[in-house]
Design a protein around this ligand. Sequence first.
Ligand SMILES: *[C@@H]1O[C@H](CO)[C@@H](O)[C@H](O)[C@H]1NC(C)=O
Length: 938
Amino acid sequence: MRGLTTVTLVLAGLAAHALAHTAPPPLPQRRKSLGFGPVLPHARFETSPPSTAGFAPVSSTDPFHVARDFLSHYVDPAVGRAYTIRSDSYTDHSTGITHIYARQIIGGIEVADGHINLNIKDGRILSFGDSFFPGGAPASVAGEPVHPHAVYCSQLADALVFHQEYLVDSLDTAPQSTLSQDQRKTMDGISTLSHLLESNCAVIAPPPSLYAGENSQIDMDPRRSLLVFMASALPQSHPELETVLENPEKYIQGIHMTPETHLIGEHASIGMVLTNVPGTVGDVKTHVAWVQVPREDGTVQLELVHRFEVEMEHNWYEATVSAALPHRIISVVDWASDSPMPIHGQDSEQFPPLAAFIPSGSYLPSVDSVHKSEIKTRPRLGKAIGDRKKAKSKGKLSSHSKQEDVKAFAPIPRHKVQLAKYLVFPWGTNDPEEATTRREKVEGTDGTQHPLSYGRRFMSELGDTLASPVGWHTLPYENDPSIDEDELRAARARGEFWRLTNTTWGNNVFAHENWDGQYRWITNYRPEGSSVTADASLLYAFPYAPTSKDADNEEMDQAKKYIDATVAQLFYTSNMAHDLFYRYGFTEAAGNFQQYNFGRGGAEGDAVIANAQDGSGFNNANFMTPPDGQNGRCRMYLWNTASPYRDGDMEAGIVIHELAHGLSTRLTGGPVNSGCLGWGEAGGMGEGWGDFIGTLVRSTDEYSDYPMGAWASNRDKGIRNYPYSLDPEINPSTYETLDTPGYWGVHAIGEVWAEMLWVVLQRLINKHGFSDTLFPPVPDAKGRIPNNDFYRPQEYDRLGKPLPLVPKHGNTLFLQLVITGMKLQPCSPSFFDARKAILQADEALTGGENQCEIWAGFAERGLGVDANVVGQTPWGGGVRSNGFEVDKKCHGNKHPAKPAPGNPDEDCGPFGWCWPWKDENGRYKIPKLPGWPWANYY
Ligand SMILES: *[C@@H]1O[C@H](CO)[C@@H](O)[C@H](O)[C@H]1NC(C)=O
């Protein structure tokens, strides 16, 4: 490949120049992760749905009728165009909006990246995202083969060469003993680009022995395609990589295929389950699909692919590989996201170089050993339960979503919950140091030397009966993966449904150590709570008193000694996050993580598996988000950045960042589509939401700047380029920052997004004040939410039906808008799409009263109406220009302009979309205009 050769040459040149002056920081050994795919030119997100495109008014407010009516325009039997509505579509009770997800079908085959998401309220389409293929079935499936993987890799290699040449030039023209800030930034860029290149581009062409046939010939057997993917996906140091490259036939013969029905909505097709695949830790699922591939001439064509779901030790991939020869990877999303990716900042000479690493040689020897150790003997978590559930739900698929509606607030089984207590760093404090400082302030003991554990307090289980109706330590025997069939039978015989545990094991979270870094987890060690009072409540209080040690192994031994404390903390933080997200709309129907869903919709059997002190790495954390119904997996690491070691489990911001990956991935594009935040701006925002929510949780009514991961990384500035700050001197990030060296990775992109959200948040806090708690009041025994200061006064529609409650204060309101925005935005959103979605969430919830604050906040950081981007690639790049303009309705107006009725020119946008306004009774009105189909509905 052209690019790679050049890279090598320039690297040699770089060494000759740069190393002579100052040793560049060693390239961190990072988790290998692939992520790229086509950026579709026709994908769009319309928040001003067209009224003139021939969508006849529907006479029903049933959102499914409205959706079918809209989607009927995408059906053309003559060219095989059709669609199916996915069964994970749902109505969101926190907004009253129904989210409907459709997948395109062409010629009877699913289009893997053909999505429509419709947001419908009161019979009206508020907005929709659309990436359906614009044409019909191709006359022949094989065109000139396009190879997007090779194209992206050559762009990436070019970018790397550009950065290196720039650095070499600058060193030539201005020799000096230390690197300037600009040069260091370029170094960061080189480091990121090298990692991307090593991860994604090590193997681009299939191994020669897999060329079995003529170009363009279609190969319906998925096994060769899969091995082409595995050749790219296996880390360079994986013991089986060489054999995969040199003797793939050996594996092909050994891979077993079992047919399985693949279902999306009402559309069924035959897929395969492949077992015995090298480097995997579970069965590989596959089916045939189309993927849309843009061509150089600007057109888009369909490519027939094998779509795979591949679970590996450190990755969980959704990948598509062309069925036509030569096999080419078309797209790949890693459902695993790293959290903090430490960078070499300008202070790196003063701090130990941080390398987020996976120790080499830690790979599981082969798939067989994993299977035999646990998976074969015990039912794979989720699977056994999933099978039980599947059997139950057969035949209900088409009406799934509507049933959810009916049952959404069905009574919860009566169960007396004794709230547990924990000795932990309390929710709202980020880390041991912050907890200590805040406690000192409260107690007036400023300046005293306290042990690290001083900030811990006895905290009670939250007891939110809406979010966790049976508490954090109870789950049904039926849904407990540690219960075997005999135990289950015995429980049934005793007439017991609920299992109350005395460990960090419950309906939302399974927390435990994972020192050996292995895949199994059910039998891993967990602390037990003890009963100290007469009631049945349990106390989880364990020692935590780390002190400085001399040697690494002593550090490690010491960390292991406080495992009880750290697992209890991880369990507490993760359950708090579960309950918080729940109350802002991450419910069962929306795809949250729970073993049992209380009949409230969604797929169950998917609590978060939370590994504390995971031995598979250091100085990082990661989270895997498979589709709804399969467990999320959170791995927290120790940080060897200080003595004593710092334990990532003790830093709430990092834990919340990880859990927020689960939130944003399940909400964007719907519960069963985990492929919507794979790379580029979308992948970056996936990181940004985590930083933002983690920072929001720790913030107080006294404004302060906050770095991310500062405690764990032992750096004042934390693990991002800048702390989150209103002050552009402290955090200068704007939209254009994405084009600077070092911003080609999702973490740097996410940092810019999180900064924008931080700025918008402060504007809403200025306007609406600050709530000391992010948690809404818990419903009373009758299920009514007590009236305190958390929500605005309850409002009713004209039929007397209560409208969704809206948080009153700036911080709670904006959290609600951000989470609702995730549900509204399309699959693979851009910054523009996500901004639009937040604005629309505000319209839906407050009638748009904060439009101008939101615009002003984004515009302050360059994401105004006139911001622009051309030429995006999957990993960043492109040319962005800042826009500082706010929407014209906000000009010269401190408060949002409320359009007055009566003047269609002013009230209606280019597509005939008209601004709704509130009448004297506070109800929404839309001008009645000819051709405006939805005017009927208010
Ligand atoms: C926790 O429960 C198990 C089994 O139910 C029991 O053997 C153990 O003693 C309990 N632990 C404590 C600390 O009460």
